[in-house]
Design a protein around this ligand. Sequence first.
Ligand code: SF4
Length: 112
Amino acid sequence: MISYPRFDGTQACLDAPALSARAFAGTFGADPAPAKRICAGCSFLRACREYALATEVYGVWGGTTDADRDQLRAHSASPAPVSISSELDTPVLALHTAEEDVTECRRDVAAS
Ligand code: SF4
């Protein structure tokens, strides 16, 4: 699995102007061109793109839009992106189970 890029505070999108910020955030209908131009001069371009290709992210990452990444994956036969939400399922379910256990313990103590 490709790790999240080790951003060090010098990534070019950090102070992105409003015009490109909407595209970076994946806002529907935002023009990606200004964001892509910013990415072109960023030292994280490659790491950012590789992460975005391997992961389910939205908006402009590494100079690519969602559609660009779909095309790149289709042409390179890359595996489907990993869903970040599915990675969160396990810890969230474990937390809920732990909360239920505590609730049952409290009920047992109250009943005794
Ligand atoms: S490549 Fe683009 S999206 Fe990635 S850190 Fe650089 S400016 Fe931001």
